[in-house]
Write a protein that binds this ligand. Sequence first.
Ligand code: PHE
Length: 344
Amino acid sequence: MQDALETRYAQAAAELDAIGDGDGLRAWEAATLGKKGWLTEALRAIGSIAPEGRAAYGKRVNEMKQALTAAYEARETLVREQALAHDLETNQIDVTLPGRPRPTGGIHPSTQTLRDFYDIWADMGFQVYRSRDVEDDDTNFTLLNIPPHHPARDMQDTFYTTDPNIILRTHTSPGQIRSMRDLGENGTQAIRVILPGMCYRYEQITTRSEIQFHQVEGIAVGRNIRMTDLKGTIAAFAQRMFGEGAQVRFRASYFPFTEPSMEVDVECFLCGGDGCRVCKYSGWLEIAGSGMIHPTVLRNGGYDPSVWSGFAFGMGPERITMLKHGIEDIRYFWGNDLRFLEQF
Ligand code: PHE
């Protein structure tokens, strides 16, 4: 019996020395020191040993238990350390490698300019009003004093849908009608809004004209709004947008929905008015169409033109962005060429 135990003991110690992984260790532990392990059973058997040999037997089995427990713990530590060392060696991280740069998105130049617009106009009390891209013919033209067959319709070639009354807006001016009707409370409330958005024109695409582009319309309707208000407001905008010293001038023009109508120029900020390629040697850059809202348009918006008056203007953010950054081709804006976009 004792001899068999000694053999078992020597065997178990040898087995343990050959184990190299956690699974092997757990199996060895269960078979040896576990509740049903042979050594545990040998300990339990003490009571059945003849009294003369019992003390020696018990002493020896306890020695075995202590030795194997200590050996097991040592082996476990060794196996864990070996696994860690192996892991460190195979999953080496080279901390001297340069990091991988993560490309970050940017804000589209048109969006940047639009945000400048929003800030400047908000400071002057203009709310943003979002009108629709898909318009009806009436609102885009007729209610703006451009009846069917009026030659002014040719100024803006139109994208039609299969329903000839439904079109893509050719300018943001139909938003004048919608915001007056929506916010004016039947012509009883003054309003002051800007109307940013995309416009669409069925045109030849060139370096200077796209079939889609932004406009920012602005309108102010009140009881006592005069042309000096329009001029002062636009001048204040230009100074915020182009710098303190920005000079503006107003040129008589024609739009069916304003009377009188004016185009707004800002002194060329590239050459200071001396004349250069960008301003075509005129010293001035056109930045807006504007005017006093035509009485017919006020009426169509719900206001009595004998009591109410207002001004309106329309600007092209892409054009202004092109002037500011010296961009010579409007097609870059919707070309999605990252080499262009990453510059902003
Ligand atoms: N809607 C005009 C255009 O697209 C611009 C404009 C707006 C002119 C408001 C006067 C007043 O050319």
